[in-house]
Design a protein around this ligand. Structure first.
Ligand code: ADP
Ligand code: MG
Length: 435
């Protein structure tokens, strides 16, 4: 049996890893870590939830020195993932020789500049903001010895590639380059080698495939009944942490509103939200075991929230890779899970058959009764509170009509359509809320 001890990581790290409850390395960790400690470039492919984060963090943390200049750079596609990797790095270095920072947009750049000045040796971030710092000369990457592209195929996609090229052009060529993902097409794989020197390739399990322990189902419904079908599905499946994927931010907002009106406790996350809201949503999602998160593909890659029981594709994902990553938010670290996809046309049924073949999955058809669901829900439970950022007392008062408003001491001054005209609510504590 492989143990962390015989992988040759730093002895103090072995104790930390075991204290965190990681008893033995996963297969990708056991295979990749020794190669990485030897300094080889590496492309590691292993399915979702198999522990790729530790596979690159443990060698980096083993080798990092106390000196406070950027020594290793980890690039990933989203702010949430950067923050998650930072948390994992901090957990692995409690007494720390590691001074890690997560650098991403939507946050105060000055604070990042101060933090960098105080001294960091591990930089984790999204390409845009990292590049911003490079251009401002507030982040010097001239002594970096290790670069990781997590979710590598996404990072080498057209959307990110120019930024990655610019970043790598200021990093020494004498570096170790590491790439990890659960998916990698042949085309992207050949782009990857442009940035690497004779990489070791490690493939564990079946790449470009979903995890076998995830039970996958699809439902056919008319387009105008999709929300009702989602409603019925959420009532049907076992209660537990759930994630609902939509293809657009607008649809996330619309589904969130519909589900709220229908009485579900839901959270929403997408890229148009301010960063402090995004952070709050992610934190809240982790607290309640029955939470439902409605989101875009922003949460499809890398996000590791314990015990997501169900993944629902409200919209069919745009490609095989995204199907694999979305579905892979459940069934992590050896657990099982369920994934459901809603389809609304024969073309989409053909597409899911194609996805099924390409991702080596079994996706079985099923049906649902829409009884007890509505196209739109009673306006009474209109969730004005969340949208308007009111205090809960005022939310309740607004939702339950004049009598309760009076009892709660909330007075609406003027009547206008929400969002079109300013109106003021006063509560007994004289606080004023404008919207
Ligand atoms: P991947 O990047 O492959 O999708 P992660 O690195 O996010 O997977 O890890 C998935 C989950 O597995 C995390 O919750 C992590 O804490 C857990 N994990 C990682 N390594 C081990 C291990 N050796 N033993 C048990 N659990 C592990
Ligand atoms: Mg990962």
């Amino acid at each position: 049996m492989k143990t962390f001890e015989n992988l040759n990581i730093a002895p103090n790290l072995v104790a930390t890893v075991e204290a965190l409850g990681y008893l033995e390395p996963t297969e990708i960790q056991a295979k990749a870590i020794p190669e990485l400690l030897k300094g080889h470039d590496l492309v590691g492919l292993s399915q979702t939830g198999t522990g790729k984060t530790l596979a690159f963090l443990l060698p980096i943390i083993s080798k990092i020195t106390d000196e406070r200049y950027p020594q290793a750079l980890i690039l990933c596609p989203t702010r949430e993932l950067a923050e998650q990797i930072l948390l994992e790095a901090k957990k692995l270095s409690p007494k720390s020789n590691v001074k890690a920072i997560a650098i991403f947009g939507g946050t105060d750049i000055q604070r990042q500049i101060y933090a960098i000045k105080r001294g960091v040796n591990l930089v984790i971030g999204t390409p845009g903001r990292i590049l911003d710092h490079i251009r401002r000369k507030t982040l010097k990457l001239g002594l970096i010895n290790t670069v990781v592209l997590d979710e590598a195929d996404e990072m080498l996609n057209m959307g990110f590639l120019p930024d990655i090229q610019s970043i790598l052009s200021v990093v020494p060529t004498e570096r170790q380059t590491i790439m990890f993902s659960a998916t990698m097409s042949k085309d992207i794989s050949s782009i990857a080698t442009r940035f690497m020197r004779s990489p070791v390739r490690i493939t564990v399990g079946t790449p470009n495939a979903t995890i076998a322990s995830i039970k996958q189902t699809y439902f056919i419904c008319p387009k105008d009944k999709k929300k009702r079908t989602l409603n019925a599905l959420l009532r049907e499946i076992p209660r537990g942490r759930t994630i609902v994927f939509c293809n657009t931010k607008k649809m996330v907002d619309s589904v969130e509103l519909y589900l709220k009106k229908s009485g579900f406790m839901v959270l929403a996350l997408h890229g148009d939200m301010p960063q402090n809201v995004r952070r709050r949503v992610m934190n809240e999602y982790k607290t309640e075991i029955n939470n439902i998160l409605v989101t875009t593909d922003i949460a499809a890659r890398g996000i590791d929230v314990a015990d997501i029981l169900s993944v629902i594709n409200f919209d069919l994902p745009q490609n095989n890779e995204y199907y694999i990553h979305r579905v892979g938010r459940t069934g992590r670290a050896g657990k099982s899970g369920s994934a459901y996809t809603l389809l609304n046309s024969p073309e989409q049924v053909a597409e899911i058959k194609e996805i099924e073949k390409k991702t080596k999955s079994h996706i079985t058809p099923s049906t649902l009764s829409l009884e007890g669901t509505l196209d739109s829900a009673p306006t009474r439970s209109k969730p004005v509170g969340k949208k308007l950022n009111l205090k809960s007392r005022e939310k309740r008062a607004l939702a339950f009509g004049k009598e309760k408003r009076q009892r709660a001491g909330v007075k609406i001054v003027g009547h206008s359509k929400i969002g079109t005209k300013k109106r003021t609510i006063r509560n007994p504590h004289k606080s004023k809320i404008h919207f």
